[in-house]
Design a protein around this ligand. Structure first.
Ligand SMILES: Nc1ncnc2c1ncn2[C@@H]1O[C@H](COP(=O)(O)OP(=O)(O)OP(=O)(O)O)[C@@H](O)[C@H]1O
Length: 277
């Protein structure tokens, strides 16, 4: 079942910039999707359409079978289903204390105080930020702010979580922690959509990948099918995952044949062991 769908959407900013040029995108319930694209491709602009922050110039966005209703109550409904973690946590954190920022969404939903407290506690625990409740968000490091921003959305328990470059600016451990958390949420049934230009990470989590370039979707499919079209990937100013690039060099320059390029260390290990055997 398609839980979210963008149908032929275009978006032109008030200054005339055509940021989206006829995008078709969908996520099935329970999928984990990567939206891969270089800087300025339109990733953030597309995401801002998913919970009605932006309204398409043409086309429509359908969430859970219903076209977004842009009235106040319609937007409040869609925002309970679709939570967006912004690229820059400073756009999301404004309270004097971490706990207040995380409580903001659940309080707005009119939940009782003990339920709000439970959600704040559990969300901060899940992102590894328990103990930071009383800290002012503007004193946190970039990585810590990012985790709190994720906790703010988690606390609303959305069906679909949309994250704009969730691992950028995190150290390797912080990035794997966040990916592990996203896998757990996805295993529990949440639909997850992540924008990124990190091609090395993408095959580690994505069931399906969309490549966006210059406001258009130029490729879509499993990580293997998307990265097998090297020209399209490179044409969008992206590259192959490093491990696939190494295998490409071995195949082309050293004539060692592996078949399909492995995209992760695990896949490369299996292929190399088979060959060495
Ligand atoms: N508020 C705005 N007004 C005018 N143009 C904008 C605005 N925000 C973004 N744009 C333009 O729209 C296009 C798409 O930008 P967007 O931020 O969606 O790209 P992105 O893929 O998220 O990039 P990045 O990876 O750098 O975050 C770019 O050309 C950008 O300059």
């Amino acid at each position: 079942m398609r839980i979210i769908e963008a149908v032929d959407i275009t978006y032109t900013y008030p200054d005339g910039t055509e940021a989206l040029r006829g995008i078709n995108f969908h996520a099935e319930k329970g999928e984990m999707i990567a939206l891969l694209g270089p800087n300025g491709a339109g990733k953030s602009t597309l995401f801002l359409h998913f919970n009605g922050i932006l309204r398409p110039t043409s086309g429509k966005v359908v969430v859970d079978g219903e076209e977004i209703d842009y009235s106040k109550s319609g937007l409040s409904r869609v925002r309970q289903k679709v939570g967006i973690v912004f690229q820059n946590p400073d756009d999301q954190l404004f309270a004097p204390r971490v706990a207040e920022d995380v409580a903001f969404g659940p309080l707005n939903m009119g939940l009782p105080e003990d339920e709000v407290e439970r959600r704040v506690r559990e969300s901060l625990e899940r992102v590894g930020m328990a103990g930071y409740e009383d800290r002012p968000p503007h004193h946190l490091s970039g990585g810590e702010k990012k985790r709190v921003a994720i906790a703010c959305i988690l606390a609303m328990e959305p069906e679909i979580m949309v994250l704009d470059e969730p691992t950028s600016g995190l150290d390797p451990r912080g990035a794997s922690q966040i990916l592990r958390l996203l896998h757990e949420l996805n295993d529990a049934g949440m639909t997850i959509i992540i924008s990124t230009h990190d091609v090395d990470m993408t095959p580690l989590y994505a069931d399906r990948v969309y490549v966006i370039s210059n406001g258009e979707i130029i490729s879509e499919g499993t990580p293997h099918s998307v990265f097998s079209d090297i020209e399209t990937v490179r044409g969008a100013d992206l590259r192959l995952p490093r491990i696939a690039h190494l295998i490409e060099i071995l195949q082309k320059e050293d004539d060692i044949q592996f078949g399909d390029y492995p995209l992760t260390i695990g896949e490369a290990r299996r292929k190399l062991r088979e060959r060495l055997r």
